[in-house]
Design a protein around this ligand. Structure first.
Ligand SMILES: CCCCC/C=C\C/C=C\C/C=C\C/C=C\CCCC(=O)SCCNC(=O)CCNC(=O)[C@H](O)C(C)(C)COP(=O)(O)OP(=O)(O)OC[C@H]1O[C@@H](n2cnc3c(N)ncnc32)[C@H](O)[C@@H]1OP(=O)(O)O
Length: 180
């Protein structure tokens, strides 16, 4: 089925914000985190930027592939805001097309291509040298919709308790569950 943008989804151009301050991909509370900033696009798409820092190296002066995959995963995961669902990555297939140096900004674009029941199919690219630069990495993913209980049941108690006691976090988790 064609993906449907949720009526309450943030408007195109709006920053989506972090879903959890402790998230390695988007949170501000992780010193070496990616701090990915995603912006809603048209339909069920978004753009995001991630600047590679020295803590993200694999080979000298180059981004670690796993970190690049994490940036793609995070951009794809942020599409949840636009669908109004909570979903986790079931499968992530990544193509590494050209090396990404430290200091480079990865310009990411992600889009949901289809939804089938709880399964959400999506794709993302990461370009360097500018938003219209050459594609350095790309990914195809399958996300699977889950309930908030997925996190409550599986997350370490310490962090879950803190999240549940934080009104800002509770509001953010609810914002993902805006299904009518
Ligand atoms: C107030 C409390 C606050 C606490 C919460 C706070 C915040 C919450 C808010 C937002 C957070 C949201 C998301 C996180 C966001 C971003 C991070 C980036 C994204 C990630 O980094 S997220 C972490 C990595 N991720 C995982 O940690 C998943 C581990 N995993 C599982 O938890 C299960 O594996 C699961 C749930 C995926 C499925 O399990 P399940 O039992 O629910 O469902 P099932 O197995 O039946 O699959 C249903 C259909 O998907 C097909 N399917 C499944 N997996 C497949 C695969 N790999 N390949 C091909 N098809 C697959 C099946 O074939 C079936 O298809 P069909 O229906 O056609 O048969």
């Amino acid at each position: 089925m064609e993906p449907v943008r949720h009526p309450d989804a943030p408007a195109p151009g709006e920053l989506l914000g972090a879903h959890y301050d402790g998230c390695f991909g988007c949170g501000g509370g992780q010193p070496h985190g990616l701090r990915l900033a995603a912006r809603a696009g048209e339909g069920v798409s978004l753009t995001a930027e991630f600047t590679v820092r020295p803590a993200h190296q694999g080979a000298p002066g180059l981004a670690h592939g796993g970190v690049l995959a994490a940036a793609l995963d995070e951009a794809l995961g942020s599409l949840n805001w636009l669908l109004g669902t909570i979903a986790v990555t079931g499968r992530l297939e990544t193509d590494f097309i050209s090396p990404v140096p430290v200091g480079a900004t990865l310009h990411l674009e992600a889009e949901v291509t289809a939804v089938a029941g709880r399964k959400i199919y999506s794709t993302a690219t990461g370009r360097i040298g500018g938003p219209d630069g050459p594609v350095a990495v790309r990914a195809e993913a399958l996300f699977v919709e889950v309930k908030v209980d997925h996190f409550i049941d599986h997350g370490r108690e310490e962090e879950i308790r803190a999240a549940m006691n934080d009104p800002v976090q509770v509001r953010r988790a609810r914002a993902f569950e805006v299904n009518p």
